[in-house]
Design a protein around this ligand. Structure first.
Ligand SMILES: Nc1ncnc2c1ncn2[C@@H]1O[C@H](COP(=O)(O)OP(=O)(O)OP(=O)(O)O)[C@@H](O)[C@H]1O
Ligand SMILES: O=C(O)c1ccc[n+]([C@@H]2O[C@H](COP(=O)([O-])O)[C@@H](O)[C@H]2O)c1
Length: 195
């Protein structure tokens, strides 16, 4: 296993931009495996996330069409705040010699120096960014010494989990945003009715 990716997120819920980003990364970075990890304790987010069980189930459904993806629940099982550096250390130990790639959207790139041990993350992995704005996040990363940055070629994608949740509270359709499997799960479990 020579090229390994990591893509973390709240996935509350996962939507089509997440899957498009993952698919583009597998192809453009020639990843042998991409670990997709729902976040356990998202210390950096203000709102309380949906339960780990629901987010894990939806993440499995959303990424099922991508054979290189392995949905991994280790961050959900870990106690304390979720730090990506811990996961990258584990992946490095599990795949000695592999080139690690950390995937993120540009909004996360913009705040990267606020991440726990970001310098170590930059040593452990190539940062692979999908545009989600005017380019400031990518410029921020490129200005950091010792950071390897790769920009994924993708059209700008307007989807956000915030928008999906807002639509659900208004009783609007979300199938186009999340795909039929996740939409069916949300409907059958009555999720996001009051968020
Ligand atoms: N439309 C998008 N374009 C590019 N990257 C995205 C997009 N949506 C999410 N991402 C990236 O996917 C990762 C996980 O995102 P997350 O699960 O927080 O979804 P979100 O849509 O940003 O959620 P929320 O609206 O609740 O903040 C992050 O790195 C984020 O930048
Ligand atoms: O490790 C950190 O300090 C850190 C700080 C902010 C975000 N992250 C990770 O970045 C990923 C995307 O975060 P989010 O908020 O867009 O879901 C998710 O896996 C988070 O755990 C990680």
């Amino acid at each position: 296993m020579r090229r390994v990716g990591m893509f973390g997120g709240a996935f509350d819920p996962p939507h089509r931009a997440h899957v498009a980003l993952a698919g583009a990364a597998v192809q453009q970075l020639a990843l042998d495996r991409l670990y997709v990890l729902p976040t356990g304790n998202a210390w950096h987010k203000a709102r309380t996330l949906s339960s780990a069980g629901h987010r894990l189930a939806m993440t499995r459904l959303a990424f099922a069409p991508l054979p290189a993806v392995q949905v991994d629940d280790r961050e959900l099982r870990r106690t304390g705040p979720t730090y990506s550096v811990e996961t990258l250390r584990e992946l490095q130990a599990e795949h000695p010699g592999a080139l690690l790639h950390l995937l993120m959207g540009e909004d996360q790139a913009a705040g990267f120096t606020g991440w726990q041990a970001w310098q170590e993350i930059a040593q452990l992995a190539v940062l692979c960014v999908a545009g989600r704005g005017a380019g400031e996040g990518i410029a921020t990363l490129r200005a950091l010494p010792g950071v390897r940055v790769q920009v994924l070629k993708l059209p700008q994608m307007p989807e956000s989990a915030t928008d999906v949740r807002a639509r659900l509270t208004r009783g609007q359709e979300i199938g186009e945003l999340v795909g039929p499997a996740v939409a069916g799960y949300i409907e059958s479990h009555h999720l996001y009715q009051n968020t």
